[in-house]
Write a protein that binds this ligand. Structure first.
Ligand code: URA
Length: 241
């Protein structure tokens, strides 16, 4: 069992910035093992009972975050050159080794799930679980009925790999835009599928993983903890697994 500063424990458990946690402690809003504690540097076990403004908080063994990945950020834990999705949250979780459960290309945007729970990540990425991923795409050419049919039948990539059937739903208001739902995750899959159909992808944004949509209140680069109820929708054995 590890010991940590109270402000750090609170920030992690409540999903709030460290400065906000510190202020709450100084204001006497935080109870540690049932007693108000006004010292942000108080050392406490990571299993200690915390309450914020009377609301009990559970120390989470693992962290699960939804991040709106901006363009130019790489889906990795660390990278010698580029900013990574894990870099965006590291200040809040300095001692956790968070990694993305599934990748988005550097120029793609949208929902990246960050966690330190390897078994969970493995399960939601496992081809056997079929957790669908939903994307909005913008092409350099109009979406055609032939493309919709090709996606539904399963596109064969240029290297001969046969993709599983996928949904391509044209946007009735924008001929260049569509929603794509994939049931597998192959490197550059959407770009390569459109590539064999002679269409280029100008924009690619992941909107949902399983039944969990990216929170529209998040701006690019922002993130928030995934609630337990949301997690249950994603979790293996849950309704979307
Ligand atoms: N397919 C792609 O081509 N790129 C992504 O980032 C995700 C799916």
């Amino acid at each position: 069992m590890a010991q940590y500063r109270l402000d750090r424990l609170l920030a992690e458990a409540a999903g709030i910035p460290r400065a906000e946690a510190r202020r709450a402690i100084l204001k006497g809003q935080v109870a540690l093992d049932g007693a108000v504690c006004r010292r942000p540097d108080q050392k406490a076990q990571d299993t200690a009972a915390l309450a914020l403004a009377g609301r009990p908080l559970r120390w989470q063994k693992y962290v699960y975050l939804m991040l709106d990945k901006p363009q130019g950020v790489v889906s990795a834990s660390r990278d010698g050159r580029d900013t990574t999705v894990a870099d965006l949250v590291r200040a809040q979780y300095p001692r956790r080794e968070l990694f993305p459960a599934g990748r988005l290309d550097k120029d793609s945007t949208g929902f990246v799930l960050l966690t330190d729970d390897g078994a969970f990540a493995h399960a939601i990425l496992s081809p056997r679980r079929h957790v669908p991923k939903t994307y909005r795409v913008e092409l350099d050419t109009p979406v055609t009925p032939a493309m919709v049919t090709a996606f539904a039948q399963g596109v064969t990539l240029a290297d001969g790999q046969a993709m599983k059937p996928a949904d391509l739903i044209p946007d009735p208001e924008n001929p260049l835009a569509a929603t794509v739902v994939l049931h597998q995750g192959v490197y550059h899959q959407i770009k390569r599928m459109f590539g064999v159909l002679d269409a280029g992808v100008n924009e690619l944004h992941r909107q949902a993983i399983g039944g969990l949509a990216l929170d529209p209140a998040l701006a690019p680069g922002q993130w928030r903890p995934i609630t337990e109820e949301e997690l249950a929708r994603l979790a293996p054995g849950g309704q979307n697994a």
